[in-house]
Design a protein around this ligand. Structure first.
Ligand code: SPV
Ligand code: MN
Length: 623
């Protein structure tokens, strides 16, 4: 403790010494010496400590109160509205290789660069030290996580999104077995936003289980426990025997079913993951990140590593997402980010309410027609604007959400934003084929990452942005995981984004409820399906029944044939793209066997049926 005594007051020193962990002391001491904050506060699980952070976020101006009790608004810089993939890099030690899909920088070079940028970066600021737990408390899934930041907004957000973990750290008994994250928003401009955005860096140090992130505020870049911890956990799990996935966890409840059936679902950012987990009538455990393990009885269990939602607010309205809308319009502790505020009232894109023509948004003072430096019109709110809430406040939270053993998973969904290739729902032929379908996931880019939207990119398991082990190893790990499962979840793909030749979506947002209920019915062996080269697809009558009974709307056979046709040429083109992606990756041989077989099956079908749009009723095998 000796050198820390120079920096910390008595209470802070006691909070640290209570943990009896020299690794933590060394980290705090090192960060203080490097970043040179003006003040240091150690935050425990005590409610007064937590309240202190909440108040600091307001006092520092990082958040501002709104009319509804507990609601605040926070702005990230104009160029810091989404994840910065280009400046997020894995530090690569000499001699190690991760393959061409992962953004890396030589470890020594990266550390030298970022340490130089971190020198004195917290001058004049207060540094907060927080302790969290990824996953439920007292669980084999849990990983303690230490967050050091000079942003009260970051520390406050994490309070809504994660479980407090000071007590978990105490249980470590001095062990270094935890993740840690150092964040600094860097120098701020007069609106309180990171000024040196060109020196934004997010460096992932797998050797030390740590991430260093500077000159940013957007949660996907700044919050240690969100996507930064996801990357460290992917590394850890892929060197052990479990999975870390970009997945929701939800309970499905069709009418009349006595037991809850749990599914996980991986979707790229802004492709319907949260709104699937929040489908009315179902229960939510998590909406973004899950850890999966094989249990003693051979079943697959999953937990949500978070305890809150950092959700996209665009298009949340009382019709499409009634549960979230209700939550955003009633008193509770909630942080809005990057939306329009007018007279202390929040407005966002697609909220289903007339918006005013001026106010304050992510660009500062805003008026309709305002343009940015590049001459682009600034919308009233950013498309990737968000809300941050605690999960436990939702009425639809599943009773098992805090179970240290997680829940048993019977279905896994992979879904992408795909306008022209895949059917709305399909069940894989078996586990390995399901892993293959997950590995083949493609999606059109969205506002959740910086850069152009609508560009088709491969997105294996919706996790590519976060995979920090060679892609082949990551996929092989799923194949091996399945081998150890005695009770394998069924694997499905979904596609909510199929478009017609006029460019309009062919299905409604709410139709996803039918696809999910069909998948659940398959798990229970209640519906037959048609066997096609890409997997099992629904029979028309079963969907018609679900549309009528669940959504109270018709579903025509014409539409069914259009959306469930197997688009052979498109699928073959996709297979070629996938082959190129995995070429040179060290993936288990079975992966290539499935790819070759898939191609042959599609080619044969095209010849046999003499069309490259094979309608579902042309296939004869039902199972
Ligand atoms: C995502 O982009 O996948 C999110 C939000 O869940 S972020 O925190 O930016 O990662
Ligand atoms: Mn996400």
């Amino acid at each position: 403790m000796s050198r820390l005594e120079q920096f910390l007051d008595q209470t802070a020193l006691e909070k640290l010494s209570d943990l009896n962990n020299t690794h933590i002391n060394n980290i705090v001491e090192w960060v203080v010496e490097l970043c040179k904050p003006a003040k240091i506060s150690i935050i425990t699980d005590d409610k007064n400590d937590i309240a202190y952070v909440r108040k600091l976020a307001l006092d520092s101006g990082e958040e501002r109160s709104l009319t509804i009790n507990g609601h605040t608004i926070h702005y990230d810089g104009y160029q810091d509205q989404a994840r910065d993939k280009a400046h997020t890099k894995v530090l690569l030690p000499e001699g190690k290789q991760l393959g061409r899909h992962i953004n890396t920088i030589d470890r020594k070079e990266g550390l030298n660069e970022i340490f130089r940028l971190m020198d004195g970066i917290m001058q004049g600021k207060e540094m907060l030290v927080r302790f969290f737990c990824l996953g439920p408390l007292n669980s084999r899934f849990s990983i303690p996580a230490l967050q050091i930041t000079d942003s009260a907004y970051v520390a406050h957000s994490e309070d809504l999104l994660y479980r407090s973990g000071y007590e978990e750290f105490r249980k470590l008994n001095g062990s270094p077995d935890f993740f840690y994250f150092i964040h600094s928003a860097g120098q701020l401009d007069d609106r309180g936003q990171s000024k040196n955005i060109n020196q934004r860096r997010i460096y992932i140090d797998l050797e030390e289980n740590r991430v260093l992130t500077i000159n940013n505020q957007y949660a996907g870049n700044s919050l240690g426990l969100k996507k930064l911890a996801l990357r460290l956990a992917i590394n850890k799990s892929n060197h052990e025997d479990w999975l870390t996935e970009h997945m929701f966890v939800m309970g499905i409840h069709p009418e009349g079913r006595k037991r809850t059936t749990y599914f996980t679902g991986a979707f790229p950012s802004a492709c319907g993951k949260t709104s699937t987990a929040m489908i009315p009538g179902q229960t939510i455990i998590g909406d973004d990140i899950a850890y999966l393990r094989v249990y003693e009885d051979g079943s697959c269990h999953a937990v949500n590593i978070e305890s809150g939602i950092f959700g996209i607010i665009t298009d949340v309205n009382s019709v499409d997402d009634p549960l979230i809308y209700q939550c955003l319009t009633t008193p509770r502790e909630l942080i809005f980010s990057n939306i329009l505020i007018n007279e202390e009232q929040p407005f966002w894109l697609g909220m289903g309410r007339d918006a005013p023509e001026s106010g304050v948004n992510h660009s500062g003072n805003w008026f309709k027609g305002k343009k940015d430096h590049e001459g682009n019109e600034i919308p009233l709110a950013h498309k990737n604007a968000r809300y941050t809430i605690r999960m436990r406040e939702l009425d639809n939270v599943d009773p098992e959400a805090e179970n240290p053993d997680g829940v048993q998973i019977d279905g896994i969904i992979y879904g992408g934003r795909d306008s022209d290739t895949n059917v709305p729902v399909c069940q894989s032929l078996d586990w390995d084929h399901g892993v293959f379908l997950g590995a083949c996931l493609e999606s059109e880019t969205t506002a959740a990452t910086l850069g152009k939207e609508g560009v088709r990119k491969h997105s294996p398991m919706a996790n590519l942005d976060f995979v920090v082990v060679p892609l082949g190893k990551y996929i092989s790990n799923h194949l091996k995981f399945g081998k150890r499962l005695k009770r394998k979840p069924m694997i499905f793909t979904t596609n909510y984004f199929l478009k017609g030749s006029d460019g309009n979506y062919l299905t409604d947002k709410i139709d996803k409820k039918v696809w999910i209920l069909w998948a659940e019915a398959r798990v229970h062996g209640e519906v037959d399906a048609i066997k096609t080269p890409i997997g099992y697809i629904p029979l028309y009558d079963d969907l018609k029944y679900l549309f009528k009974n669940v959504l109270k709307k018709p579903f025509t056979e014409k539409l069914y044939k259009q959306i469930f046709s197997i688009r052979v040429e498109k699928l073959l083109q996709k297979l070629n793209r996938i082959e190129n992606i995995y070429k040179g990756e060290d993936v288990l041989e079975i992966f290539w066997d499935i790819l070759v077989n898939q191609r042959e099956q599609l080619q044969t079908a095209e010849v046999n049926y003499r069309t490259d749009m094979i309608q579902p009723d042309m296939f004869i095998d039902t199972v």
